[in-house]
Design a protein around this ligand. Structure first.
Ligand SMILES: *[C@@H]1O[C@H](CO)[C@@H](O)[C@H](O)[C@H]1NC(C)=O
Ligand SMILES: *[C@@H]1O[C@H](CO)[C@@H](O)[C@H](O)[C@H]1NC(C)=O
Ligand SMILES: *[C@@H]1O[C@H](CO)[C@@H](O)[C@H](O)[C@H]1NC(C)=O
Ligand SMILES: *[C@@H]1O[C@H](CO)[C@@H](O)[C@H](O)[C@H]1NC(C)=O
Length: 392
Protein backbone atom coordinates (compact mmCIF):
# COMPACT_ATOMS: atom_id res chain seq x y z
CA UNK A 1 0.00 0.00 0.00
CA UNK A 2 1.48 3.42 -0.87
CA UNK A 3 1.59 6.21 1.67
CA UNK A 4 -1.42 8.07 0.26
CA UNK A 5 -3.64 5.05 0.12
CA UNK A 6 -2.76 4.00 3.65
CA UNK A 7 -3.54 7.55 4.87
CA UNK A 8 -6.99 7.29 3.30
CA UNK A 9 -7.41 3.85 4.80
CA UNK A 10 -6.43 5.03 8.28
CA UNK A 11 -8.66 8.08 8.17
CA UNK A 12 -11.59 6.00 6.94
CA UNK A 13 -11.03 3.62 9.83
CA UNK A 14 -10.86 6.56 12.21
CA UNK A 15 -14.12 8.00 10.87
CA UNK A 16 -15.79 4.62 11.23
CA UNK A 17 -14.70 4.37 14.84
CA UNK A 18 -15.64 7.96 15.59
CA UNK A 19 -19.15 7.46 14.23
CA UNK A 20 -19.70 4.31 16.25
CA UNK A 21 -18.47 6.16 19.33
CA UNK A 22 -20.83 9.03 18.55
CA UNK A 23 -23.77 6.62 18.37
CA UNK A 24 -23.19 5.57 21.98
CA UNK A 25 -24.60 7.79 24.70
CA UNK A 26 -22.12 9.70 26.84
CA UNK A 27 -22.01 8.11 30.28
CA UNK A 28 -22.29 10.19 33.45
CA UNK A 29 -21.30 7.96 36.35
CA UNK A 30 -22.60 9.18 39.71
CA UNK A 31 -19.24 8.23 41.29
CA UNK A 32 -17.75 11.21 39.41
CA UNK A 33 -20.34 13.46 41.05
CA UNK A 34 -19.71 12.46 44.65
CA UNK A 35 -21.86 9.33 44.73
CA UNK A 36 -20.61 6.41 46.78
CA UNK A 37 -21.95 2.86 47.03
CA UNK A 38 -23.90 2.30 50.26
CA UNK A 39 -24.35 6.04 50.63
CA UNK A 40 -27.08 8.59 49.95
CA UNK A 41 -27.63 8.88 46.24
CA UNK A 42 -29.68 12.08 46.16
CA UNK A 43 -27.19 14.86 45.51
CA UNK A 44 -24.85 12.93 43.20
CA UNK A 45 -27.81 11.81 41.11
CA UNK A 46 -29.10 15.38 40.88
CA UNK A 47 -25.69 16.67 39.82
CA UNK A 48 -25.01 13.94 37.26
CA UNK A 49 -28.54 14.40 35.88
CA UNK A 50 -28.11 18.15 35.50
CA UNK A 51 -24.97 17.76 33.38
CA UNK A 52 -26.37 14.82 31.37
CA UNK A 53 -29.64 16.63 30.73
CA UNK A 54 -27.77 19.63 29.29
CA UNK A 55 -25.82 17.39 26.89
CA UNK A 56 -26.72 17.98 23.24
CA UNK A 57 -26.16 14.31 22.36
CA UNK A 58 -27.68 11.20 23.94
CA UNK A 59 -26.62 10.64 27.53
CA UNK A 60 -26.78 7.98 30.18
CA UNK A 61 -26.64 8.53 33.92
CA UNK A 62 -25.12 5.43 35.44
CA UNK A 63 -25.65 4.22 39.01
CA UNK A 64 -23.55 1.11 39.69
CA UNK A 65 -24.82 -1.87 41.63
CA UNK A 66 -25.05 -1.26 45.38
CA UNK A 67 -27.58 -0.20 48.00
CA UNK A 68 -28.34 3.51 48.26
CA UNK A 69 -30.64 5.71 50.25
CA UNK A 70 -32.56 8.21 48.19
CA UNK A 71 -34.57 11.19 49.42
CA UNK A 72 -37.42 12.69 47.41
CA UNK A 73 -36.16 13.71 43.95
CA UNK A 74 -37.70 15.77 41.13
CA UNK A 75 -36.38 15.60 37.59
CA UNK A 76 -38.87 17.92 36.04
CA UNK A 77 -37.31 19.71 33.09
CA UNK A 78 -36.94 18.77 29.43
CA UNK A 79 -33.47 17.60 28.40
CA UNK A 80 -31.62 18.62 25.24
CA UNK A 81 -31.29 15.05 23.89
CA UNK A 82 -32.48 11.51 24.73
CA UNK A 83 -31.52 10.55 28.26
CA UNK A 84 -31.31 7.20 30.03
CA UNK A 85 -31.18 6.68 33.76
CA UNK A 86 -29.55 3.30 34.27
CA UNK A 87 -29.73 2.20 37.89
CA UNK A 88 -28.52 -1.10 39.26
CA UNK A 89 -28.96 -2.35 42.79
CA UNK A 90 -31.27 -1.42 45.55
CA UNK A 91 -32.68 2.07 46.16
CA UNK A 92 -34.27 2.69 49.54
CA UNK A 93 -36.77 5.44 50.47
CA UNK A 94 -36.93 7.28 53.79
CA UNK A 95 -39.07 5.22 56.13
CA UNK A 96 -40.79 8.16 57.78
CA UNK A 97 -43.71 9.46 55.68
CA UNK A 98 -43.23 12.92 57.19
CA UNK A 99 -40.01 13.30 55.21
CA UNK A 100 -42.14 13.66 52.11
CA UNK A 101 -43.86 16.69 50.84
CA UNK A 102 -47.61 15.94 51.10
CA UNK A 103 -49.28 13.52 48.70
CA UNK A 104 -46.28 13.64 46.48
CA UNK A 105 -44.03 11.13 44.81
CA UNK A 106 -40.68 9.80 45.88
CA UNK A 107 -39.27 9.92 42.34
CA UNK A 108 -40.94 12.51 40.12
CA UNK A 109 -40.17 12.70 36.43
CA UNK A 110 -41.84 15.35 34.30
CA UNK A 111 -41.82 17.03 30.87
CA UNK A 112 -39.00 14.86 29.48
CA UNK A 113 -39.00 13.57 25.90
CA UNK A 114 -37.15 10.31 25.06
CA UNK A 115 -36.43 9.20 28.61
CA UNK A 116 -35.47 5.66 29.59
CA UNK A 117 -35.32 4.24 33.12
CA UNK A 118 -33.53 0.88 33.15
CA UNK A 119 -30.89 -1.21 34.87
CA UNK A 120 -32.68 -3.77 37.01
CA UNK A 121 -32.91 -1.65 40.16
CA UNK A 122 -35.40 -2.28 42.96
CA UNK A 123 -37.02 0.82 44.46
CA UNK A 124 -38.15 0.06 47.99
CA UNK A 125 -40.68 2.59 49.28
CA UNK A 126 -40.49 1.16 52.83
CA UNK A 127 -44.24 1.44 53.17
CA UNK A 128 -44.97 -0.83 56.10
CA UNK A 129 -44.80 1.93 58.72
CA UNK A 130 -46.85 4.29 56.57
CA UNK A 131 -49.54 1.67 55.86
CA UNK A 132 -50.37 1.46 59.53
CA UNK A 133 -50.87 5.21 59.60
CA UNK A 134 -53.12 5.21 56.54
CA UNK A 135 -56.80 5.22 57.45
CA UNK A 136 -57.99 5.65 53.87
CA UNK A 137 -59.87 2.36 53.88
CA UNK A 138 -62.15 3.68 56.60
CA UNK A 139 -62.57 7.29 55.60
CA UNK A 140 -62.67 9.07 52.27
CA UNK A 141 -60.97 12.16 53.61
CA UNK A 142 -57.56 10.94 54.67
CA UNK A 143 -54.01 12.22 54.49
CA UNK A 144 -52.45 10.97 51.26
CA UNK A 145 -49.07 9.30 51.44
CA UNK A 146 -46.36 9.49 48.83
CA UNK A 147 -46.22 7.23 45.78
CA UNK A 148 -43.00 5.61 44.60
CA UNK A 149 -43.06 7.08 41.06
CA UNK A 150 -44.76 9.93 39.25
CA UNK A 151 -44.43 10.34 35.48
CA UNK A 152 -46.09 13.55 34.33
CA UNK A 153 -46.24 14.99 30.80
CA UNK A 154 -43.53 12.62 29.56
CA UNK A 155 -43.21 11.68 25.88
CA UNK A 156 -41.69 8.73 24.03
CA UNK A 157 -40.36 7.15 27.19
CA UNK A 158 -39.58 3.64 28.40
CA UNK A 159 -39.41 2.17 31.89
CA UNK A 160 -37.77 -1.20 31.56
CA UNK A 161 -36.49 -3.89 33.89
CA UNK A 162 -37.30 -2.09 37.12
CA UNK A 163 -38.97 -3.25 40.36
CA UNK A 164 -41.13 -1.05 42.58
CA UNK A 165 -41.65 -2.45 46.04
CA UNK A 166 -43.72 -1.57 49.10
CA UNK A 167 -44.74 1.93 48.07
CA UNK A 168 -46.38 3.96 50.82
CA UNK A 169 -49.33 4.72 48.51
CA UNK A 170 -49.85 4.02 44.74
CA UNK A 171 -46.70 2.66 43.12
CA UNK A 172 -46.86 4.62 39.88
CA UNK A 173 -48.93 7.55 38.66
CA UNK A 174 -48.92 8.31 34.93
CA UNK A 175 -50.41 11.72 34.12
CA UNK A 176 -50.55 13.63 30.85
CA UNK A 177 -48.07 11.31 29.13
CA UNK A 178 -47.87 10.38 25.47
CA UNK A 179 -46.19 7.17 24.25
CA UNK A 180 -44.81 5.66 27.44
CA UNK A 181 -44.02 1.95 27.83
CA UNK A 182 -43.49 -0.13 30.94
CA UNK A 183 -41.74 -3.36 30.06
CA UNK A 184 -40.61 -6.02 32.56
CA UNK A 185 -41.77 -3.77 35.34
CA UNK A 186 -42.42 -5.63 38.59
CA UNK A 187 -44.49 -4.39 41.47
CA UNK A 188 -44.39 -6.12 44.84
CA UNK A 189 -46.53 -5.24 47.86
CA UNK A 190 -48.48 -7.47 50.24
CA UNK A 191 -52.18 -8.21 49.69
CA UNK A 192 -53.11 -6.38 52.89
CA UNK A 193 -51.20 -3.14 52.19
CA UNK A 194 -53.73 -0.30 51.81
CA UNK A 195 -54.00 1.74 48.60
CA UNK A 196 -50.80 0.40 47.10
CA UNK A 197 -52.29 0.42 43.57
CA UNK A 198 -49.83 -0.66 40.90
CA UNK A 199 -49.98 1.70 37.92
CA UNK A 200 -52.65 4.41 37.67
CA UNK A 201 -53.03 6.12 34.32
CA UNK A 202 -54.90 9.35 33.66
CA UNK A 203 -55.17 11.86 30.78
CA UNK A 204 -52.56 9.94 28.78
CA UNK A 205 -52.37 8.41 25.31
CA UNK A 206 -50.43 5.43 23.97
CA UNK A 207 -49.47 3.80 27.24
CA UNK A 208 -48.22 0.20 27.19
CA UNK A 209 -47.65 -2.17 30.08
CA UNK A 210 -45.96 -5.34 28.89
CA UNK A 211 -44.38 -8.51 30.26
CA UNK A 212 -44.78 -7.50 33.89
CA UNK A 213 -45.68 -9.03 37.25
CA UNK A 214 -47.81 -6.89 39.51
CA UNK A 215 -48.79 -7.86 43.05
CA UNK A 216 -50.33 -5.25 45.35
CA UNK A 217 -52.96 -4.53 47.99
CA UNK A 218 -55.19 -2.65 45.50
CA UNK A 219 -55.75 -2.39 41.73
CA UNK A 220 -52.84 -3.81 39.72
CA UNK A 221 -53.59 -1.31 36.95
CA UNK A 222 -56.28 1.37 36.89
CA UNK A 223 -57.38 3.78 34.20
CA UNK A 224 -58.61 7.19 35.19
CA UNK A 225 -60.43 9.65 32.97
CA UNK A 226 -58.83 10.79 29.73
CA UNK A 227 -56.92 7.53 29.17
CA UNK A 228 -56.70 6.68 25.47
CA UNK A 229 -55.02 3.86 23.56
CA UNK A 230 -53.75 1.94 26.56
CA UNK A 231 -52.58 -1.64 26.10
CA UNK A 232 -51.67 -4.25 28.65
CA UNK A 233 -50.12 -7.51 27.48
CA UNK A 234 -48.42 -10.48 29.16
CA UNK A 235 -49.08 -9.18 32.64
CA UNK A 236 -49.63 -11.29 35.74
CA UNK A 237 -51.76 -9.61 38.41
CA UNK A 238 -52.01 -10.91 41.95
CA UNK A 239 -52.49 -10.44 44.75
CA UNK A 240 -54.54 -7.31 44.14
CA UNK A 241 -57.89 -5.94 43.03
CA UNK A 242 -57.40 -6.66 39.33
CA UNK A 243 -57.28 -4.39 36.30
CA UNK A 244 -59.87 -1.60 36.45
CA UNK A 245 -61.31 1.13 34.35
CA UNK A 246 -62.35 3.78 36.86
CA UNK A 247 -63.69 4.67 39.11
CA UNK A 248 -65.25 7.26 36.79
CA UNK A 249 -68.10 9.71 37.01
CA UNK A 250 -67.33 11.23 40.39
CA UNK A 251 -66.03 14.62 39.24
CA UNK A 252 -67.55 17.13 36.80
CA UNK A 253 -64.57 17.77 34.54
CA UNK A 254 -63.75 14.20 33.55
CA UNK A 255 -62.66 13.27 30.03
CA UNK A 256 -63.67 10.19 27.99
CA UNK A 257 -61.86 6.84 28.16
CA UNK A 258 -61.29 5.42 24.70
CA UNK A 259 -59.27 2.42 23.53
CA UNK A 260 -58.08 -0.11 26.11
CA UNK A 261 -56.76 -3.58 25.30
CA UNK A 262 -55.93 -6.16 27.96
CA UNK A 263 -54.50 -9.24 26.28
CA UNK A 264 -52.83 -12.47 27.38
CA UNK A 265 -52.86 -11.74 31.10
CA UNK A 266 -53.20 -13.94 34.18
CA UNK A 267 -54.99 -13.04 37.42
CA UNK A 268 -54.10 -15.02 40.54
CA UNK A 269 -56.02 -14.82 43.81
CA UNK A 270 -57.31 -11.34 43.01
CA UNK A 271 -60.55 -9.68 44.15
CA UNK A 272 -61.47 -8.81 40.58
CA UNK A 273 -60.23 -9.79 37.18
CA UNK A 274 -61.24 -7.09 34.73
CA UNK A 275 -63.56 -4.40 36.05
CA UNK A 276 -65.27 -1.20 34.95
CA UNK A 277 -66.59 0.90 37.82
CA UNK A 278 -68.54 4.15 37.74
CA UNK A 279 -70.23 6.23 40.43
CA UNK A 280 -73.95 6.86 40.54
CA UNK A 281 -75.32 10.16 41.75
CA UNK A 282 -73.40 12.68 39.64
CA UNK A 283 -74.60 14.50 36.56
CA UNK A 284 -71.65 14.25 34.25
CA UNK A 285 -71.94 12.39 31.02
CA UNK A 286 -68.72 10.85 29.78
CA UNK A 287 -68.31 8.02 27.28
CA UNK A 288 -66.22 4.92 27.91
CA UNK A 289 -65.75 2.94 24.72
CA UNK A 290 -63.54 0.63 22.72
CA UNK A 291 -62.41 -1.80 25.42
CA UNK A 292 -61.12 -5.30 24.62
CA UNK A 293 -60.35 -7.94 27.21
CA UNK A 294 -59.07 -11.15 25.66
CA UNK A 295 -57.10 -14.35 26.26
CA UNK A 296 -57.24 -14.03 30.02
CA UNK A 297 -56.73 -16.70 32.66
CA UNK A 298 -58.41 -16.31 36.05
CA UNK A 299 -57.09 -18.39 38.93
CA UNK A 300 -59.19 -18.26 42.10
CA UNK A 301 -60.59 -14.79 41.37
CA UNK A 302 -63.56 -13.39 43.32
CA UNK A 303 -65.18 -11.37 40.48
CA UNK A 304 -63.48 -12.37 37.24
CA UNK A 305 -65.59 -10.12 34.95
CA UNK A 306 -67.43 -7.15 36.41
CA UNK A 307 -69.08 -3.96 35.23
CA UNK A 308 -70.31 -2.04 38.27
CA UNK A 309 -72.14 1.20 37.54
CA UNK A 310 -73.36 1.34 41.12
CA UNK A 311 -69.91 1.69 42.62
CA UNK A 312 -70.34 3.60 45.85
CA UNK A 313 -67.89 2.78 48.64
CA UNK A 314 -68.38 4.41 52.05
CA UNK A 315 -71.87 5.53 50.88
CA UNK A 316 -70.25 8.48 49.19
CA UNK A 317 -73.13 8.92 46.77
CA UNK A 318 -76.83 8.48 46.24
CA UNK A 319 -77.65 5.28 44.37
CA UNK A 320 -81.04 6.84 43.52
CA UNK A 321 -79.51 8.85 40.68
CA UNK A 322 -78.05 6.40 38.18
CA UNK A 323 -74.58 6.78 36.70
CA UNK A 324 -74.32 8.96 33.59
CA UNK A 325 -71.18 7.25 32.29
CA UNK A 326 -72.06 5.63 28.96
CA UNK A 327 -70.27 2.33 28.37
CA UNK A 328 -70.18 0.97 24.80
CA UNK A 329 -68.17 -1.25 22.46
CA UNK A 330 -66.69 -3.62 25.04
CA UNK A 331 -65.52 -7.12 24.21
CA UNK A 332 -64.75 -9.94 26.66
CA UNK A 333 -63.26 -12.85 24.73
CA UNK A 334 -61.58 -16.18 25.60
CA UNK A 335 -61.64 -15.83 29.35
CA UNK A 336 -61.26 -18.99 31.39
CA UNK A 337 -60.34 -20.27 34.82
CA UNK A 338 -61.83 -20.33 38.29
CA UNK A 339 -64.09 -17.97 40.19
CA UNK A 340 -64.44 -18.10 43.98
CA UNK A 341 -68.07 -16.92 43.64
CA UNK A 342 -70.95 -18.40 41.66
CA UNK A 343 -71.56 -15.10 39.85
CA UNK A 344 -68.42 -15.13 37.73
CA UNK A 345 -69.81 -12.49 35.37
CA UNK A 346 -71.50 -9.39 36.79
CA UNK A 347 -72.70 -6.76 34.35
CA UNK A 348 -74.57 -4.03 36.25
CA UNK A 349 -75.10 -1.13 33.88
CA UNK A 350 -76.81 2.21 34.39
CA UNK A 351 -80.58 2.50 34.03
CA UNK A 352 -80.22 5.98 32.55
CA UNK A 353 -77.54 5.08 29.98
CA UNK A 354 -77.60 1.27 29.50
CA UNK A 355 -74.43 -0.42 28.21
CA UNK A 356 -74.34 -0.88 24.44
CA UNK A 357 -72.49 -3.18 22.07
CA UNK A 358 -71.02 -5.41 24.76
CA UNK A 359 -69.82 -8.73 23.34
CA UNK A 360 -69.09 -11.92 25.24
CA UNK A 361 -67.19 -14.66 23.41
CA UNK A 362 -66.13 -18.04 24.85
CA UNK A 363 -66.23 -17.45 28.56
CA UNK A 364 -65.40 -20.56 30.54
CA UNK A 365 -65.28 -19.88 34.27
CA UNK A 366 -65.78 -22.54 36.92
CA UNK A 367 -67.03 -22.15 40.46
CA UNK A 368 -66.40 -25.28 42.59
CA UNK A 369 -66.18 -27.34 39.40
CA UNK A 370 -69.50 -26.13 37.93
CA UNK A 371 -69.97 -23.34 35.38
CA UNK A 372 -70.15 -19.87 36.95
CA UNK A 373 -73.26 -17.84 36.10
CA UNK A 374 -73.78 -14.37 34.62
CA UNK A 375 -75.93 -11.69 36.20
CA UNK A 376 -76.94 -8.72 34.06
CA UNK A 377 -78.81 -5.44 34.53
CA UNK A 378 -79.58 -2.77 31.90
CA UNK A 379 -77.59 -4.60 29.27
CA UNK A 380 -78.26 -7.08 26.45
CA UNK A 381 -74.87 -8.50 25.59
CA UNK A 382 -74.20 -10.09 22.20
CA UNK A 383 -72.92 -13.61 22.83
CA UNK A 384 -70.68 -15.80 20.69
CA UNK A 385 -69.54 -19.37 21.36
CA UNK A 386 -69.79 -20.80 24.84
CA UNK A 387 -71.11 -18.16 27.25
CA UNK A 388 -73.39 -18.51 30.30
CA UNK A 389 -76.89 -17.06 29.82
CA UNK A 390 -77.64 -13.78 31.56
CA UNK A 391 -79.93 -13.90 34.59
CA UNK A 392 -81.29 -10.76 36.26
C1 LIG B 1 -42.53 5.98 21.17
O1 LIG B 1 -41.42 6.07 22.03
C2 LIG B 1 -40.39 5.13 21.72
C3 LIG B 1 -39.32 5.25 22.79
O2 LIG B 1 -38.74 6.51 22.78
C4 LIG B 1 -39.85 5.41 20.32
O3 LIG B 1 -38.88 4.44 20.00
C5 LIG B 1 -40.98 5.34 19.33
O4 LIG B 1 -40.51 5.72 18.05
C6 LIG B 1 -42.10 6.29 19.74
N1 LIG B 1 -43.23 6.10 18.85
C7 LIG B 1 -43.70 7.08 18.10
C8 LIG B 1 -44.85 6.73 17.21
O5 LIG B 1 -43.24 8.20 18.11
C1 LIG C 1 -45.84 -11.63 25.04
O1 LIG C 1 -45.15 -12.82 25.33
C2 LIG C 1 -44.84 -13.61 24.18
C3 LIG C 1 -44.23 -14.91 24.64
O2 LIG C 1 -43.27 -14.70 25.62
C4 LIG C 1 -43.89 -12.79 23.29
O3 LIG C 1 -43.61 -13.52 22.12
C5 LIG C 1 -44.56 -11.47 22.91
O4 LIG C 1 -43.66 -10.68 22.17
C6 LIG C 1 -44.97 -10.73 24.17
N1 LIG C 1 -45.69 -9.51 23.80
C7 LIG C 1 -45.16 -8.29 23.93
C8 LIG C 1 -46.02 -7.17 23.45
O5 LIG C 1 -44.06 -8.06 24.42
C1 LIG D 1 -48.86 -15.18 27.06
O1 LIG D 1 -48.07 -14.90 28.21
C2 LIG D 1 -47.35 -15.98 28.74
C3 LIG D 1 -46.58 -15.49 29.93
O2 LIG D 1 -47.42 -14.78 30.80
C4 LIG D 1 -46.42 -16.56 27.67
O3 LIG D 1 -45.78 -17.69 28.19
C5 LIG D 1 -47.22 -16.91 26.43
O4 LIG D 1 -46.37 -17.35 25.42
C6 LIG D 1 -47.97 -15.71 25.93
N1 LIG D 1 -48.76 -16.04 24.76
C7 LIG D 1 -48.85 -15.25 23.71
C8 LIG D 1 -49.70 -15.76 22.60
O5 LIG D 1 -48.29 -14.17 23.63
C1 LIG E 1 -58.43 -18.42 46.91
O1 LIG E 1 -58.83 -17.11 47.27
C2 LIG E 1 -59.26 -16.99 48.61
C3 LIG E 1 -59.70 -15.56 48.84
O2 LIG E 1 -60.71 -15.22 47.93
C4 LIG E 1 -58.14 -17.35 49.56
O3 LIG E 1 -58.61 -17.28 50.89
C5 LIG E 1 -57.63 -18.75 49.24
O4 LIG E 1 -56.50 -19.02 50.03
C6 LIG E 1 -57.26 -18.85 47.78
N1 LIG E 1 -56.91 -20.23 47.46
C7 LIG E 1 -55.72 -20.58 47.00
C8 LIG E 1 -55.56 -22.02 46.67
O5 LIG E 1 -54.82 -19.78 46.81
Amino acid sequence: MDANLSMIYISALFLLQASSILAQPTVFDIRKYGGAPNGDLTSSLERAWEVACASTSASKVFVPKSTYNLRQIELNDPCKAPIELHIEGNIVAPENPNQFNGDSQWLRFGYIDSFTLSGGATFDGQGSIAWNKNNCAKTWNCKKLSMNFGFSFMKNSVIRHITSKNSKHFHVNVLGCHNITFNEFSIEAPADSLNTDGIHIGRSTKVKILNSNIGTGDDCISLGDGSRQVSVENVTCGPGHGISVGSLGKYENEEPVEGFIVKNCTFKNTDNGVRIKTWPGTSINIPVSGLRFENLVMINVTNPIIIDQEYCPWNQCSKQTPSKVKISRVSFKNIRGTSTTKKGIILICSSSVPCEKVKLTNINLKFNGTPAIATCKNIKPQVFGNVPTCTP
